[in-house]
Design a protein around this ligand. Structure first.
Ligand code: UT7
Length: 313
């Protein structure tokens, strides 16, 4: 990873703000989830505009020109159009070359790491050196604001990374899915409204099982132990899920959390966490980050990321 960027929308919504429109309170949300605030798109903002802004910053941060990008993957479930993909519109907006692979993928909250794996494969099959991978969502437009068990959890945002191909090492990943409807957004043509519906307890149980098993699978493939790892970044869905897994993996100090600031931003949450770590001076050149995403599908994705970001400006 040689460049990183992010974009947050303009409307900050605190737990107290939500308690004015739904039967909830700051104590319940912060104690059960760790969330204190999240951002919603304001007038004129959307998943696409956030994704394009995050990508622009990541390319600038990588100190390359957009014409150098050889592959564009966007992970999202909330792009502005069903077609064209966000990736195609991003390509045009940033002046990225035409004759390269460009597509969106839907792997929900595991999408950024699924996208990272897909980009690695694309660079090998199609050739090329630099891949742009973005995770971004506008979940605020998919929320049932009368369902307090889900509407307090999610937020909008986008995070982007530029990767440079490294022929000396293989990307180590652990990808999977367990088909099921425990998190769903119904599509056009369905009698149900297109809002996020979630069986929170079932997903919680799935998450605390799959996070350690996926992290261990990546470590095994990379022939590493937790001692070789500098940071662990989990999809930010619930601070209690992360704390439970941190304890189970035996190195709680390596698990980063920023869910208090953004809520659950699905495909954006892992790059948003990496971005904050970078800005806080925690992420340093040469470090190894073990990352894991999980969510709708039910999908999961673990990956080992090698960090080669420059010094924070
Ligand atoms: O990104 C995709 C991955 N998603 C996840 O990983 C989500 C995983 N699941 C979770 O994080 C948790 O299951 C939730 C945060 C969704 C729910 O937390 P919980 O501790 O499992 O609560 P619960 O659903 O068992 O509900 C406990 C109580 C219920 O009241 P009663 O029946 O005990 O009287 C709920 O009605 O809390 C009530 N409740 C609320 N109260 C105030 C549910 N939502 C709220 C709320 N405010 N927003």
């Amino acid at each position: 990873m040689i460049g990183i960027g992010r974009a947050l929308p303009g409307r900050c919504v605190t737990n107290d703000d939500l308690s004015k429109i739904v039967d909830t309170n700051d104590a319940w949300i912060s104690e059960r989830t760790g969330i204190r605030r999240r951002y919603y798109c304001a007038e004129g903002e959307s998943a696409n505009s956030l994704i394009i802004a995050a990508a622009r910053e990541a390319i600038g941060n990588a100190h390359i020109q957009p014409e150098k990008i050889d592959c564009v993957i966007v992970a999202t479930v909330s792009g502005d159009y069903v077609t064209p993909s966000v990736a195609c519109l991003l390509q045009a907006a940033l002046g990225i070359r035409e004759n390269i692979p460009v597509m969106d993928i839907n792997a929900a909250c595991a999408g950024f790491l699924y996208g990272t794996a897909a980009a690695s494969g694309m660079l090998q099959v199609c050739g090329g050196r630099y891949a742009l991978v973005v995770g971004g969502e506008q979940l605020s437009r998919l929320m049932d604001m009368t369902d307090r068990s889900t509407c307090v959890l999610f937020g909008d945002g986008a995070g982007a990374a530029v990767y440079e191909r490294d022929d000396t090492t293989n990307l180590c990943v652990d990808l999977g899915s367990r088909g099921g409807l425990d998190i769903q957004i119904q599509g056009a043509g369905s009698p149900e409204p297109s809002v996020i519906q979630m069986n929170g307890n079932a997903v919680f149980r799935f998450a605390v099982g799959v996070i350690p098993s996926s992290l261990n699978a990546v470590l095994e493939k990379a022939n590493l132990t937790m001692e070789d790892i500098d940071w662990v970044v989990c999809h930010q869905a619930n601070a209690r899920i992360i704390d439970h897994c941190a304890k189970k993996m035996g190195a709680p100090e390596k698990f980063y959390k920023n869910i208090d600031r953004y809520g659950n931003t699905s495909a954006a949450s892992i790059p948003l966490a990496l971005y904050d770590m970078y800005r806080e001076g925690l992420l340093k050149d040469g470090q190894k980050v073990l990352a894991v995403g999980f969510g709708g599908g039910l999908t999961w994705a673990g990956a080992l990321l090698n960090i080669h970001l420059g010094v924070t400006e």
